[in-house]
Write a protein that binds this ligand. Structure first.
Ligand code: NAP
Length: 241
């Protein structure tokens, strides 16, 4: 029986690298995409490399789209083994003092990063419960870490992008809340920080490639039964919340 993975925002950037990495490990990968043509083109690239990948229309900020995608996965596979909550937005580019934040930008960011991630998780959970080894990976960011940001004058303290950083801190909290509820079910829920990566989100100003960034996410998505749950990792190991 195939292992089925859904990667939200899997059509480009880190999500696409995760989709490829999971496909290379033999998983059937559903590439969540907001645009059918872009998703189909990304899936074709993986299929032409011999991988099992298919596009699935999924706008995580649109509840109807999320429900439709969950129904389609149920109809085709009857379950879901891996959910990678990768889709996200960062609408601020430069750090600025929190006192100058735009509430509209915060709302818009939360619509995708927080409510979208929550909506997909809730919709897919019944399908993950049917898996023998369900895995949820929430793609977070080092910028979310309250522990790191609370050190005055540190690199993290100086990088305030209020909407993005706090949205990812909420994603971290979601990770812990779901991990606690699901601890006895075999479903593992973890957060992963891919690190500063060359994608559209950073205007390609990162320190690593999407493939390098994807490593920790792929690892958390394919954890063995004795792996962690309710944890936050980057490529070097555990991170402080
Ligand atoms: P990216 O290149 O901008 O790609 C973002 C992906 O998310 C795209 O596929 C985009 O789809 C999708 N997306 C955005 N809003 C969506 C929505 N409402 N519904 C469905 N899909 C949506 O960004 P990335 O750098 O690969 O980032 C991937 C994840 O890593 C994000 O969660 C980001 O916060 C996190 N991260 C990135 C970095 C970094 O340095 N790049 C660092 C730490 C964490 P479209 O193609 O349709 O726009």
């Amino acid at each position: 029986m195939e292992t089925v993975a859904l990667v939200t925002g899997g059509n480009r950037g880190i999500g696409f690298a995760v989709a490829r990495g999971l496909g290379e490990r033999g998983l059937t990968v559903l590439i969540g995409c907001r645009d059918c043509d872009r998703g189909a083109a990304s899936a074709r690239e993986l299929v032409s490399a011999g991988l099992d990948a298919r596009p699935i229309l999924l706008d995580i900020a649109d509840d109807a789209s999320v429900t439709t995608a969950a129904k389609a996965i149920e109809k085709e596979f009857g379950r879901l083994d891996v959910l990678v909550n990768n889709a996200g937005v960062k609408l601020e580019f430069h750090p600025s003092p929190p006192s100058q934040a735009s509430l509209d930008l915060v709302r818009e960011t939360y619509r995708t990063n927080v409510f979208g991630t929550m909506s997909v998780t809730l919709a897919m959970l019944p399908l993950l419960r049917r898996s023998n080894a369900g895995r949820i990976v929430n793609v977070s960011s080092g910028l979310s870490s309250m522990t790191l940001a609370s050190v005055p004058n540190s690199k993290h303290a100086d990088k305030c992008m209020l909407s993005y950083n706090t949205s990812k801190a909420a994603v971290n909290s979601l990770t812990i809340q779901f991990a606690n509820e699901l601890r006895d079910t075999g479903i593992k829920v973890n957060a992963a920080d891919p690190g500063y990566t060359m994608t559209d989100m950073t205007r390609f100003d990162g320190s690593r490639t999407p493939d390098e960034a994807a490593r920790v996410i792929i690892e958390m998505a394919t954890l063995p039964a004795d792996g962690p749950t309710g944890a936050f990792y980057d490529n070097n190991g555990p991170l402080p919340w």
